[in-house]
Design a protein around this ligand. Structure first.
Ligand code: DC
Length: 228
C-alpha cells in the first residue's frame, strides 16, 4: 500500500481527533493532533504569565516560541499518543476549559502559526501520517493525497464535548460549552491567517447523524480508493 498524507480538517469537537487517531491505528500511520500543539502553546502562555487578564504579551511569546518544544509519545497502556510540552506530559491539562477558552486568540497569532506549521510539515516529510486540525489540507499539506472536511451541528458537538468532559470529572455546563463551541467556530472562520475553510479538493463529511462505525467504514472506503 503506498504511503500518503491524510489531512482531516473541520470544526471543533466534531470527533476529528477520535476519527483520525482510530484511522491511523487501523492503517499503521502516525497520528498528529495539530490542535494539541496550539493548546500546548496556550498552556505555556497561561502558566508563564504571558496570557493574563485577557491580554497576550505577544513580544514575550514571540521571543519564547523557540523554547516551546512539543512532542507526542505513545502511552504504552492505551496505545494513544499523548502531548508533551518541554518534556512534561500535558495531555489532560491542555483539554481543560481554561485552555479551550484561551486557545483561539493564541492560534490567530501569525508567528505562532508559522512555528507550528513548520513543525507539522517536518513531521509529514516521510508521509504515512494522519494529521487533523483546521488548515491541514489548505496550508500545512496542500498536496495531501486525501483531504476530509468534517462538520456537525454546534448543538451535537457541544453535547459530545459535555459528555467527554463529564466522563473526565470536569463539571462544566452544556450552555457554557455550546457558547465556547460557537465562539471558536466564529474565530476559526474569521481569522485572517489560515481561516477554517474547506479545501476545494476535500471530501465533506457531516457526521451529525452517523455512528462511529459508519464513519469508519466511509473513511476506509476513501483510503482504500486512493491507496489501491
Ligand atoms: O482541535 P482543537 O479543538 O483541539 O483545536 C484547538 C484550537 O486550535 C482551536 O480553537 C483552533 C486551533 N487550531 C488551529 O487554529 N489550527 C489547527 N491546525 C488546529 C487547531
Amino acid at each position: 500500500m503506498k504511503k500518503i498524507i491524510i489531512a482531516i480538517d473541520g470544526f471543533s469537537s466534531c470527533g476529528k481527533s477520535t476519527m483520525a487517531k482510530d484511522l491511523a491505528r487501523e492503517i499503521g500511520y502516525i497520528y498528529i493532533d495539530s490542535g494539541a500543539m496550539y493548546r500546548a502553546v496556550t498552556l505555556y502562555s497561561l502558566e508563564n504569565g504571558i496570557f493574563k487578564d485577557k491580554e497576550i504579551d505577544t513580544k514575550r511569546l514571540q521571543k519564547e516560541i523557540k523554547e516551546i518544544h512539543i512532542s507526542f509519545l505513545i502511552n504504552q497502556e492505551t496505545g494513544c499518543p499523548e502531548t508533551y510540552l518541554n518534556g512534561n506530559n500535558v495531555e489532560n491539562k491542555i483539554r481543560s476549559m481554561e485552555v479551550s477558552s484561551h486557545v483561539s486568540p493564541i492560534s490567530t497569532l501569525d508567528f505562532v502559526r508559522k512555528a507550528m506549521v513548520a513543525q507539522q510539515q517536518a513531521m509529514g516529510k516521510a508521509k504515512g501520517i494522519v494529521m487533523d486540525g483546521r488548515d491541514i489540507g489548505t496550508t500545512v499539506f496542500p498536496n495531501a493525497e486525501l483531504k476530509i472536511f468534517v462538520t456537525a451541528s454546534p448543538e451535537i458537538r457541544a453535547q459530545r464535548r459535555y459528555e467527554e468532559l463529564h466522563t473526565k470529572g470536569q463539571k462544566v455546563s452544556y450552555d457554557e460549552i455550546l457558547e465556547n463551541v460557537k465562539q471558536r467556530d466564529d474565530i476559526d472562520q474569521r481569522r485572517s491567517i489560515s481561516p477554517l475553510v474547506q479545501a476545494e479538493d476535500a471530501l465533506l463529511l457531516d457526521n451529525s447523524h452517523m455512528t462511529i462505525s459508519q464513519q469508519k467504514e466511509w473513511l476506509m472506503q476513501q483510503v482504500n480508493h486512493i491507496t489501491k
